[in-house]
Design a protein around this ligand. Structure first.
Ligand code: NAD
Length: 293
């Protein structure tokens, strides 16, 4: 018995890159898949490849940025397999640009695909999952860039929004059989390739600087785990896969107060001078900058 046997799972953006690696791995573990991609030929190719390898998959081409199409995508899974057990919200796009260079259309495009696309697919899937028997798993895709990254502010923000949605949905659904987690992956893909020229600038804020990135399939076992019943009890977490290191991403929290009760302008100034100035939070994935007085 394979641990995804019979699970009906939708993977978005599965025509290439990380999504394709997730799809191959989940299909080999017995999952019945709906393979989505905005690139119709890529989605069809992946479904055909999985079927040729003895797996079960249907293709559903379309853009997750369309709320209506997202509904059709989830419906395609219910139509093909009678239910939906898992959704891997992998489809995403990346456009570079510092705040002084960023265009409105790039920012809106990333929010449309990365953030609204994730919410659209999850909203439709969760409604179905709550009406059926058994456990459901939503796996979103965040990014290390949500911690702050040079030339990736807008991309990181679209992924930070996904992380925040993950926390809220996990809280809303904590008393149900539907759990919501996220992956923060790392892999050499077409998307990652576009970022290579920025690596030198980004290195000061990153925990590891890679000259070669890990292969996409390194990320697939964690995705399969989160989609499977093996992860029942794990909820609201972001799983970081950085090559040979597996960890959780810490959640944004309110730090210990340094003032309580009422204060005036001078007390606020003193709090920053005496305490908060020295306690500034790390920026990016590794870089700690202290206040220059
Ligand atoms: N590669 C990394 O190191 C890395 C790191 C952190 C997060 N991520 C995230 O992982 C996911 C996959 O990244 P990747 O590196 O494989 O990217 P990729 O660009 O190589 O592949 C993305 C796939 O998504 C599809 N896609 C794009 N827009 C879509 C849409 N609107 N609807 C449906 N499909 C769409 C593309 O056609 C492509 O097949 C993305 O969400 C990305 O932000 C990747």
């Amino acid at each position: 018995m394979k641990f995804l046997d019979g699970k009906a799972i939708v993977i978005t953006g599965a025509g290439s890159g990380l999504g394709a690696a997730y799809a191959r791995h989940c299909a080999a573990l017995g999952a019945r898949l709906v393979v989505n991609d905005v690139d119709a030929a890529a989605a069809e190719r992946m479904a055909t490849e999985i079927a040729a390898a003895g797996g079960t998959a249907v293709a559903s081409p379309g853009s997750v940025a369309s709320w209506d199409y997202a509904g059709e995508l989830i419906e395609a899974c219910v139509k093909a397999y009678g239910r939906i057990d898992g959704l891997l919200n992998n489809a995403g796009i990346l456009r570079h640009g510092r705040i002084t260079e960023m265009s409105e259309s790039d920012l809106r495009a990333m929010l449309d695909v990365n953030t609204i696309g994730t919410a659209a697919c999850a909203s439709h899937a969760i409604r179905c999952m709550l009406e059926q028997d058994g456990h459901g798993s939503i796996v979103n895709v965040a990014s290390g860039s949500q911690a702050g990254d040079i030339a990736l502010g807008a991309y990181g923000a679209s992924k930070a929004a996904v992380a925040s949605l993950t926390f809220s949905w996990a809280l809303e659904l904590r008393d149900t059989k539907v759990r919501v987690n996220a992956l923060s992956p790392l892999a050499h893909t077409a998307m990652a390739q576009t970022n290579m020229k920025f690596l030198a600038q980004q290195s000061a804020s990153r925990e590891v600087v890679y000259t070669t990135l890990p292969a996409a399939d390194v990320n697939a076992p964690a995705a399969a785990f989160l989609l499977s019943d093996r992860s029942i009890g794990i909820n609201g977490q972001i799983v970081r896969i950085a090559g040979e290191e597996l960890s959780f991403v810490t959640h944004p929290m309110i730090a210990e107060p340094v003032l309580k009760g009422r204060w005036d302008d001078d007390a606020i100034g003193a709090a920053f001078r005496n305490t908060l100035g020295r306690r500034q939070q790390k920026l990016g994935l590794a870089y700690a900058r202290t206040m220059v007085s």
